[in-house]
Design a protein around this ligand. Structure first.
Ligand code: FAD
Ligand code: MLT
Ligand code: ZN
Length: 476
């Protein structure tokens, strides 16, 4: 399957032997799985598009265990695929051939939480939603949130430099991650797990691992800065008559809600139809070509409500918004967020998904959706646009009844060329993984790619960590 769709050759790594299994069993007794059912889950990605054939899955609990495993694999020339919650969107989290799956599922302990500074230190396998609950009980929140929160691990979030729904307010993990502990390919433990806000002593090595998709080292622990839990959260779900109005509403919103704005997401009406049809969710407002979801988070409920009311009066009276609903209670807030967060799930139920995650200048953001829709005509089932508009990040998705190479050829490299022509990024937040690695040249220069390859060669000379991912195949 994989070889048909993605021509790739297995590199000359060793194959796992009985002696290897016995060695792993000695280091992590009872946590070496060769069970076909468990391996079936670990071998296929969330989108069910990339499938490997690994024969062993390891579940270490400590950094020392990860170190011993990698030291051994490096010596034996065994390839390793680090895996967190396996919710990645670009096929980076699953083996391509028989790489050993190194799962962080049992590395799920909180190490410390500083209630004064809001700094959380935890193992890489902690689930994002559970961490959020943990810090909420202490009056803080995690600086990131995404639809996969119930499954994804903080280590996986850092490894992909996940963006998500709070990026607009709290920024990138490159800013909120204060420290990392990483095990390098040869087993060396790199301790950069500081909790300092300021530390300009030499190169900031941790930044190399944020977004490195498991190709440079295995992240074993994370130190992260958490914002205070807002006292008041308001959510507005609004219908807009056109994309120009979506943009003008954003601009108005920045001006009128400024410091309390915590999310500005958009979805088109085709997305709404998909969540209605496949998930039985209902549209809370009048049907419109576009919908926006605006969240405010602040410290004074009365003050925030007044600001939001003034803003809503302004956008409704000027015709930027034709209908809307507002939520302040948790149940309704969750219900409205589901309309946006569950689009990914609805798309998967619609058929085979061609997924694009691009950064573009905001005013061009929807042009590419219209362009692709007319280019593909009847050959596509749905062509939809949604995403983190406030961050200039579009999710362009195309579905079809089944995979078709001619449809793929009609979309790629056209989408990438279009994006590069407008100086965008061909992967805004999902990374390159296995599926997008050969398109890196549309967003990075040859010099930058060469330096990346040199860094990879220095940190992982045998290339055992997540081979076939992120960097282009040497032939391309
Ligand atoms: P995995 O999928 O297991 O792994 C992802 C990559 O990281 C792989 O290359 C893997 O090898 C590597 N990796 C994992 N753990 C480690 C580790 N400890 N050390 C080194 N490498 C490691 N992404 C966004 O940016 N924004 C979103 O809003 C968003 N929403 C999503 C919604 C849904 C419903 C889904 C299914 C996915 C979404 N994603 C989003 C994709 C996103 O990349 C992941 O959800 C998340 O960040 C990956 O975490 P994970 O633990 O599942 O990692
Ligand atoms: C999202 O924003 O919903 C995620 O990045 C997942 C997706 O692109 O479908
Ligand atoms: Zn996203």
């Amino acid at each position: 399957l994989t070889c048909d769709r993605y021509p790739v050759r297995r590199l000359p790594f060793a194959e796992v032997s009985e002696e290897d299994l016995a060695f792993f069993e000695r280091i992590i007794p009872g946590r070496v799985s060769t069970d076909p059912c468990e391996l079936k889950l670990g071998n296929v990605d969330w989108l069910k598009m990339v499938r490997g054939c690994s024969k062993v899955l390891l579940r270490p609990k400590t950094t020392e265990e990860v170190s011993q495993i990698l030291r051994y694999c490096n010596k034996r020339n065994l390839a390793v695929n680090p895996q967190g919650g396996n919710t990645g969107m670009v096929g980076g989290s699953v083996p391509v051939f028989d790489e050993i799956i190194l799962s962080t599922a049992l590395m799920n302990q909180v190490i410390s939480f500083d209630t004064m500074a809001g700094i959380l230190v935890c193992q890489a396998g902690c689930i994002l939603e559970q961490l959020n609950q943990y810090v909420e009980e202490r009056d803080f929140i995690m600086p990131l949130d995404l639809g996969a929160k119930g499954s994804c691990h903080i280590g996986g979030n850092v490894a992909t430099n996940a963006g998500g729904l709070r990026f607009l307010r709290y920024g990138s993990l490159h800013g909120t991650v204060l420290g990392l502990e990483v095990v390098l390919a040869d087993g060396l433990v790199l301790d950069c797990l500081t909790s300092l806000r300021k530390d300009n002593t030499g190169y900031d090595l941790k930044q190399l691992f944020i977004g490195s998709e498991g190709t440079l080292g295995v992240i074993t622990a994370v130190s992260i800065l958490c914002p205070r839990k807002p006292k008041a959260v308001n959510l507005a779900f609004l219908g807009c008559p056109g994309f120009a109005e979506v943009l003008k509403t954003f601009s108005t919103c920045k001006g009128m809600l400024g410091e309390i704005l915590s999310a500005y997401e958009f979805m088109d009406n085709k997305c709404m139809q998909l969540v209605e049809n496949h998930l039985r969710l209902s549209n809370p407002v009048k049907e419109n070509p576009f919908y926006v979801l605006i969240e405010t988070s602040g410290s004074n409920a009365g003050h925030d409500e007044e600001k939001l009311t003034n803003f809503l009066e302004q956008v409704m009276s000027s015709g930027l918004v034709t209908d809307g609903t507002v939520a302040t209670d948790n149940t309704k807030i969750k219900m409205l967020w589901a309309l946006r967060e569950r689009i990914t799930e609805a798309l998967s139920r619609d058929g085979y998904v061609y997924k694009y995650d691009i950064s573009l200048p905001m005013e061009k953001l929807y042009d590419i959706v219209l362009d692709i829709r007319s280019r593909l005509g009847q050959s596509a089932k749905s062509v939809v646009g949604y995403g983190h508009l406030g961050d200039g990040n579009l999710h362009l998705n195309v579905t079809a009844n089944s995979y078709s190479s001619s449809l793929l050829k009609a979309i790629e490299p056209y989408v990438y060329e279009w994006t590069a022509r407008h100086h965008g990024s061909i992967s805004a937040e999902h990374g390159l993984g296995f599926k997008k690695k050969d398109f890196i040249g549309y967003s990075k220069t040859q010099e930058a790619i060469l330096l990346m390859q040199q860094i990879k060669g220095t940190l992982d000379p045998k290339g055992i960590l997540n081979p076939y991912k992120t960097l282009p195949s040497s032939s391309s």
